[in-house]
Design a protein around this ligand. Structure first.
Ligand SMILES: NC(=O)c1ccc[n+]([C@@H]2O[C@H](COP(=O)([O-])OP(=O)(O)OC[C@H]3O[C@@H](n4cnc5c(N)ncnc54)[C@H](O)[C@@H]3O)[C@@H](O)[C@H]2O)c1
Length: 290
């Protein structure tokens, strides 16, 4: 497929561009920053004219796209003033969704976020593991936008029954060099309770994007995308019992099993995480997998 990846210069985007290119797709990175080279076009997604134009073609570089992967955003609360997060992220996503519709692109995969599950869980989650079955609980402007994007996707796919939009609610994105810090999380169970001790390896995040491009059906679906395990050495059951004593744990948790349920992504997308920080040697500066 000819795939436009917005935010392809970013942390998750770099893994996604690599994965989709390796899979044989023709990938164009649309980002406001990046090195000038074939496969990259500098676009400010807040500008609708630029987005619709680049979706339709770019000189002799490409003549349109079959699918859009939309990752560009200010990627967390607190990086810029809330109003700037709202303006950048909401406007960019409206422009991407709307321009895709105008350009006749029927497949969109985009980055939602685990934050809509109620992070930082100052209010207890309804049950553990959390899943996609309870209403969103955004607790920041960043997360509010992610929620509104999902609502927008529901309506746009209702307007156009052929349109497929997949929202991937990524956990905290990690690259191998980040794994060095993981053992330091263990001394305090509350340090990483804000996302139920979850993470997503960038390469597994990219796998989820690839699977969603392949398996996404017309309509809208949201999926939690995390790794199979937690960031902790301690057992998942002991963490849940200590930090969330009043929350019902609705299944027998494996020793290090994720408390961000990825069952739906496994079932409907065939998502199967391949990486875990546990097979990296934390003291090596360049981690290598066993
Ligand atoms: N990093 C995480 O832990 C995490 C967790 C959950 C969801 N997400 C989501 O995943 C996506 C990617 O996150 P990331 O960590 O790779 O972020 P990142 O900041 O590393 O990359 C985002 C990219 O988007 C580009 N961008 C932002 N606004 C733009 C605009 N108006 N026009 C053009 N380009 C623009 C930036 O230049 C950057 O290259 C985001 O949507 C983020 O909200 C990230």
């Amino acid at each position: 497929m000819r795939v436009a990846v917005t935010g392809g210069s970013g942390k998750l985007g770099r893994s996604v561009v690599r994965r989709l290119s390796d899979d044989g797709h023709e990938v164009t990175n649309l980002d406001r920053t990046g090195a000038r080279r074939p496969g990259f076009a500098e676009v400010d997604l807040r500008n609708y004219g630029q987005v619709v134009d680049v979706f339709l073609g770019l000189e002799d570089r490409h003549a349109g796209f079959d699918a859009v992967v939309h990752l560009a955003a200010i990627p967390a609360p607190g990086l810029v003033p809330d109003a700037a997060t709202f303006e950048n992220n909401m406007q960019s996503t409206y422009n991407v969704f709307q321009a895709a519709r105008r350009a006749g692109i029927k497949k969109i995969v985009y980055a939602s976020s685990e934050t809509v599950l109620g992070l930082p869980f100052d209010v207890d989650p309804p049950y553990i593991p959390v899943d996609e079955d309870y209403p969103a609980r955004p607790e920041s402007t960043y997360s509010l936008v992610k929620h509104l994007e999902e609502q927008m996707a529901i309506q746009l796919t209702r307007w156009d029954p052929d349109l497929s939009i997949t929202g991937l609610r990524f956990s905290n994105v990690m690259d191998p060099e980040d794994y060095e810090d993981f053992p330091s999380f263990d001394h305090d169970a509350r340090l990483r309770k804000w996302n139920l001790w979850g993470y997503i390896d960038g390469r597994d995040g990219a796998q989820a994007v690839a699977r969603a491009l392949e398996h996404g059906k017309p309509g809208f679906e949201a999926f939690i995308i995390a790794n199979d395990d937690t960031v902790m050495g301690r057992s998942s059951a002991s963490l849940a019992a200590e930090v969330f004593p009043n929350v019902k744990v609705v299944k027998d948790l494996g020793e290090h099993e994720t408390m961000l349920s990825i069952d739906k992504a496994k079932r409907l997308l065939g998502y199967a995480p391949e990486h875990t920080w546990r097979t990296y040697h934390p003291l090596r500066t360049t981690p290598t997998e066993d």
